[in-house]
Design a protein around this ligand. Structure first.
Ligand code: DAT
Ligand code: MG
Length: 139
């Protein structure tokens, strides 16, 4: 399997509750290398751009409000089979359906405030990484 990359962000609920360090420790112990990392704040407009694929969904406006409600920690991660392995590590979107031991099972508060994002394809991982980080910041 080729070493490749995924994109993640620790969402406002998990950052606000002081869970960032614990989550990053889980990610590194699972074998992911941090390629890029920072703490930043999305405007509602930028959140809407990031989640544009969900623009027609009933939860879109709430999602944009929530994702801009406090600081987030976006990261680019590298590992063999990064996208699929990271989705497995974070668990299902709805934390009540997330498997034991997953990040969402441990830290998510609700379907919306579900602690962490994970890209769903190699193509989206690259797009989402460049949404937050210039090429020279990815190393
Ligand atoms: P995921 O983050 O697991 O890739 P997604 O892409 O379907 O899930 O949705 C993006 C985010 O939108 C998700 O993390 C939380 C929110 N969301 C999804 N479905 C929702 C719902 N039914 N009600 C409220 N928020 C929802
Ligand atoms: Mg998704």
């Amino acid at each position: 399997m080729a070493t490749n990359r995924t994109f993640t962000m620790i969402k406002p609920d998990a950052v606000a509750e002081g869970n960032s360090g614990a989550i990053i420790k889980i990610i590194e112990e699972a074998g992911f290398r941090i390629v890029a990392i920072k703490k930043t704040l999305l405007t509602p407009e930028r959140a809407g751009e990031f989640y544009a694929v969900h623009a027609e969904r009933p939860f879109y406006a709430d999602l944009c409000g929530y994702m801009s409600s406090g600081p987030i920690i976006p990261m680019i991660l590298e590992k063999e089979n990064a996208v699929a392995d990271f989705r497995a590590l974070i668990g299902a979107t709805d934390p009540s359906k997330a498997a034991e031991g997953t990040i969402r099972k441990q830290f998510a508060k609700s379907v919306q405030a579900n602690a962490i994002h994970g890209s769903d394809s190699d193509e989206n991982a690259a797009i989402e990484g460049f949404f937050f980080f210039a090429g020279v910041e990815q190393f």
